[in-house]
Design a protein around this ligand. Structure first.
Ligand code: NAG
Ligand code: NAG
Ligand code: NAG
Ligand code: NAG
Ligand code: NAG
Ligand code: NAG
Ligand code: NAG
Ligand code: NAG
Length: 903
């Protein structure tokens, strides 16, 4: 299986050197490749030819090596409103956007993001660095082909997750069983006129994913990027130095990041943000026929993939199809009857025809003017050598007319060793993916399987890139496919290449025993409180219980309404169950059911409608006011997991306290689950997993809003809230698959949050200078900004990753993280002491979070006799916070050697 490669490296004086600045490149000649493909040994001797610089052409240096760095916050759907209902806040519906008083940011940042001013910083990258050219590519013996390509899981050639789930769900509980395929309840009116057009979407009969990484292809100008990690793709549409109409490929290295100003007050002086450039067009896959009449269509959209199709005109039968998937190792274009043109706005420095790594596939080595190495593999359908060559334009490498076949492009950061890795997978590509998963006891397992296409699929493994959180949970077999090629991702640290057609990841320690009671990692669920605590809880509850829940929850925002219902459900549970006083809780439980019924009856201020265009349930506020930004962009599919998660959480508690309530409300609550986090991909009413991204391991909150920096999420704690709500509603309603799914999502979230969002000192995925912020703030696909959409107070930025405090909080927020964050920001001597936080509600959030590491201090805070209820936000109660802190205080009980279970 070993390849024997003889390398010769004559360094020659080039044409560009003769007339330009000194610039070396390598000419590789007479390389003899003995390769083994499909078990047969094939010998081919290829002369490597240097194509660039082409003869008889002038080299005009107008290289587009600048990037655009976008500091704009892209706040569509995110008015400056606090994330909890307060009587003093005008919800901003009906024209008058609410205003929140902002105190100057303790981070020292300016408030410029609150205006609509767009600030772009343009940074010029260094052009050629001759030394790095001649020193690269140290020849190494080709590593023997990995012996680990026997893949455990079969490739599922079908797109039906149900069948995939069955074959890979081991013996445990399948986590992807269908919730329901029923039509939405009939009292929800259907709308056929969603304001966002389905630009270029070919198949409009199926639900379309609204919050996935490829959405920019059908939004706005169709030119903002799709971040597939490690690459990003964008339709050039005539832009850039190459003025191409093809698909531009970009990859940014860590030294291309730009950073915001350093905080003067946060320990370690972390920078406010870091940005990756946008608009770079390293290589562009295009065709001679593409031009002003070209169209971009999308088809076959799933939770993991989409086909993006470029055509000379919409009626044309000639096309390039790009299967777009996260983690794909090559960007693959499937050409049908077009003359390929490979272009670069960075400009070519050197192109070498580099033989065939396997029969039928032709390789080209490309070095660009920024000194970065790329590889191109061409696999023509007719097997004929494609003979790419330069046209008179030095930005365009052209192939044969009427070409059909695949062209694959990859960046090679690792010289000959990296090339050998890519060679092993050239010719095959991932078309789509399926996921399956199962939970056994407290262990969850999930498998991503790619449908593979291309030449010699049987013996050629896929090359995909994995993130840190994947690698940490890979099973042994998956891990054995890892390769020594790493590329930096935009905001998730390094990605590592892996030769495998499927990945299996295991999550131990699922929080299966977690219920509604306070929960801690050391003691699990604590449902018994001491008589003293019970008395304190009941005293507090007197001020918060009310039969008139409707008065507080009948709001014009689904987000705020859901928070009120969730708050009362938690309060009722605390009094009814933890304080063991059903009688005192009864009237409020009754009021809660009545308030909830308003929503199930669709009698709220802005009733839900079923959007039959994108397929989902949205607030009618956007339609009534003609403003998609209303209710945090709910109508444009922002934040559904947040908004509906609170309702689902409330329902889980009501149903647990009164099982007779479940039947009449199940279809409505399940509708919310299906909308925000569907388990099925064959549901005609809703797409699969709208918010939660099973590749990234967390949700994206941004819906149908074009965004130069991709999808984003601000509140990781509300993301976890959704997973917890799904788990608990699954438990209450008897849907074991849903309960298992919620448990698995919580475990995956815990891992991804601690890798990327909740940064401890030892975090290695985020830039060193950013980690001191402790939380990322708003994490986009292409940048991280330590801020919020509603203000820059430190307690806002950190607190939006804390609320709501739920049993799952101590699970998804590591104790060591919580302690480091508290010590650097909220302790008495820190930069923003919790005791001095004035803004309504946030003080309560900070001290409730404190219960995770110092329950005594938390409990004492909430118990104090001069407690001011303005410290509690409109989505929380002092009563629950008291019980929550007391329920964590078993840590103390244990230290004192007291009996567990009661304090
Ligand atoms: C191309 O035509 C198809 C089918 O009529 C349509 O669905 C699609 O939106 C069109 N694409 C563009 C970009 O106009
Ligand atoms: C649309 O896509 C769905 C799901 O992929 C498929 O079942 C259906 O046949 C497609 N319809 C058309 C008109 O292509
Ligand atoms: C979209 O195109 C229009 C017209 O060319 C332009 O004015 C606008 O700035 C573009 N929007 C984006 C987000 O690029
Ligand atoms: C960084 O700080 C300097 C000096 O205070 C200020 O002039 C500049 O505007 C700040 N830049 C950003 C991006 O905040
Ligand atoms: C794969 O490559 C071989 C060798 O050129 C060729 O004969 C065969 O047709 C190719 N197969 C496919 C599916 O493209
Ligand atoms: C590319 O074009 C140059 C100049 O016309 C020619 O000398 C060379 O042979 C061509 N290479 C190939 C592979 O056709
Ligand atoms: C990321 O990958 C590069 C290239 O392999 C390596 O030099 C760097 O140390 C890696 N960074 C981390 C944090 O692992
Ligand atoms: C509670 O806090 C509010 C807001 O700071 C303040 O106006 C009010 O006087 C306080 N109430 C008491 C009893 O201290």
């Amino acid at each position: 299986m070993q390849r024997h490669i003889t390398w010769l490296f004559p360094f020659v004086l080039t044409w560009s050197q003769a007339i330009q600045v000194a610039s070396c490149y390598q000419k590789r000649e007479h390389v003899s490749i003995a390769s083994s493909v499909d078990g047969q040994s094939a010998q081919s001797t290829t002369s490597f030819t240097t194509l660039y610089p082409p003869q008889n052409s002038f080299r005009v240096l107008k290289a587009d090596t600048k990037g655009v760095y976008n500091t704009q916050l892209e706040r569509e759907g995110h008015p400056s409103l606090l994330p909890f209902p307060l009587p003093s806040i005008d919800l901003g519906i009906g024209g008058n956007a609410g205003v929140v008083t902002e105190t100057p940011s303790p981070t020292g940042s300016s408030d410029e993001w609150t205006t609509t001013v767009i600030e772009t910083v343009t940074v010029t990258l260094p052009l050629s660095d001759p030394t790095s050219v001649s020193s690269q590519g140290t020849p190494q013996p080709s590593t023997p082909a990995s012996t680990t390509q026997t893949l455990a899981s079969p490739v599922h050639a079908t797109e039906t997750p149900q069948s995939a789930a069955k074959s890979a769900s081991m013996n445990g509980q399948d986590v992807f069983e269908t919730v329901s395929l029923d039509a939405v309840p009939s009292n929800i009116p259907t709308k056929n006129d969603h304001p966002v057009p389905q630009l270029g979407i070919v198949n409009t009969t199926s639900p379309v994913e609204t919050n996935k990484f490829y959405a920019n292809f059908f939004l706005g100008n169709q030119t903002t990027p799709s971040f597939t990690h490690p690459y990003s793709l964008s339709w050039a549409k005539g832009s850039g130095a190459a003025e191409s109409w093809g698909m531009a490929i970009s990859h940014t290295d860590m030294n291309q990041l730009v950073y915001g100003n350093s905080s003067q007050s946060i320990p370690g002086n972390p920078v406010e943000y870091y940005l990756n450039p946008i608009g770079l067009q390293s290589l562009i896959m295009s065709a001679k026929e593409l031009g002003k009449t070209s169209v971009l269509n999308t088809d076959r959209m799933t939770g993991f993939s989409a086909d993006v199709i470029l055509k000379p005109s919409n009626g044309s039968t000639q096309s390039i199809t790009f299967p777009v998937l996260q983690g794909m190792g090559f960007v693959t274009g499937i050409y049908s009857g077009l003359q390929p043109q490979i272009q670069s706005s960075i400009l070519f420095r050197n192109v070498v025809v580099a033989g065939s790594p396997r029969p039928g596939t032709y390789k080209y080595q490309i070095t660009l003017e920024d000194s970065k190495d790329w590889l191109m593999y061409v696999t023509p359908d007719d097997g004929m050598a494609p003979n790419f060559n330069f046209t008179t334009s030095t930005t365009t490498l052209q192939g044969p007319a009427g070409f059909s076949g695949t062209i694959q492009i990859a960046k090679n950061p690792a010289g000959a060793g990296g090339e050998a890795v890519y060679d092993q997978s050239a010719g095959v590509y991932a078309k789509t993916a399926t996921i399956s998963g199962a939970v056994t006891d407290s262990t969850g397992t999930y498998t991503l399987s790619w449908e593979k296409r291309g030449n010699s699929t049987t013996n050629t493994p896929l090359l995909m890139f994995a993130f840190s959180h994947h690698m940490q949970s890979f099973d042994a077999n998956t891990k054995s496919g890892l390769q020594a090629v790493q590329l930096h991702t935009t905001t998730k640290g390094n990605a590592t290449a892996l030769l495998a057609d499927s990945w299996t990841m295991t999550e131990p320690n699922l929080p299966v025993d977690m219920d509604f009671a306070p929960w801690s990692p050391s003691f699990g669920s604590i449902s018994k409180l001491s008589p003293d605590v019970i008395q304190t809880v009941l005293d507090s509850a007197k001020a918060e219980l009310t039969p008139d829940v409707d008065a507080q929850s009948n709001l014009n925002s689904m987000y705020y309404s859901g928070k009120v219902l969730s708050k009362f459900a938690t309060l009722v549970y605390t009094v009814n169950t933890l304080a063991n006083d059903p009688q005192t809780a009864a009237a409020t439980l009754d009021g809660l059911k009545k308030a909830f019924a308003r929503f199930v009856d669709n009698q709220q201020q802005y009733p839900l409608v079923y959007d039959n265009v994108w397929k989902g349930v949205v607030s009618s506020a956007a339609f009534v006011t003609n403003d998609l930004n209303q209710d945090f962009g709910n109508g444009g599919y922002n934040d559904h997991h947040f908004h509906y998660g609170y309702f689902i959480h409330a329902a889980a508690i009501i149903g647990a306290l009164d099982p007779s309530w479940i039947d009449a409300n199940k279809a409505w609550v399940n509708m919310l689950v299906r909308d925000a986090g569907n388990s099925a991909s064959n549901d005609p009413s809703f797409p699969f997993s709208r918010a939660f991204d099973w590749f990234h391991g967390h949700s994206w909150a941004k819906g149908l809003f074009e965004s130069a920096d991709g999808k984003d999420e601000e509140s990781t704690s509300e993301d976890a809230m959704f997973a917890y709500a799904v788990k608990m509603w699954g438990k209450t309603s008897g849907d074991k698959s849903m309960e298992a799914r919620g448990n698995l999502m919580l475990a995956i979230l815990r891992r991804s949050l601690s890798n990327y969002f909740l940064m401890e000192d030892n975090n290695f995925n985020q830039p060193r200078d950013f980690i001191g912020n402790r939380v990322t703030g708003i994490l986009f696909e292409n940048k991280a900004h330590h801020t919020t959409y509603f203000g820059t107070n430190l307690e806002f930025i950190q607190g939006i990753h804390m609320l709501p405090l739920l049993p799952s909080s101590a699970y998804t927020r590591n104790q060591s993280f919580v302690e480091q964050e508290w010590n650097s920001m909220f302790a008495e001597q820190a930069c923003d002491p919790a005791s001095a936080v004035a803004s309504g509600g946030w003080k309560g959030v900070l001290y409730a979070n404190r219960a995770i590491t110092n329950p005594q201090e938390s409990y004492a805070f909430f118990k104090q006799s001069n407690f001011n209820l303005t410290w509690i936000d409109g989505g929380a109660t002092r009563t629950w916070y008291l019980a929550y802190a007391a329920g964590s205080e078993l840590i103390l009980v244990d230290m004192l050697g007291l009996n567990g279970g009661t304090i």
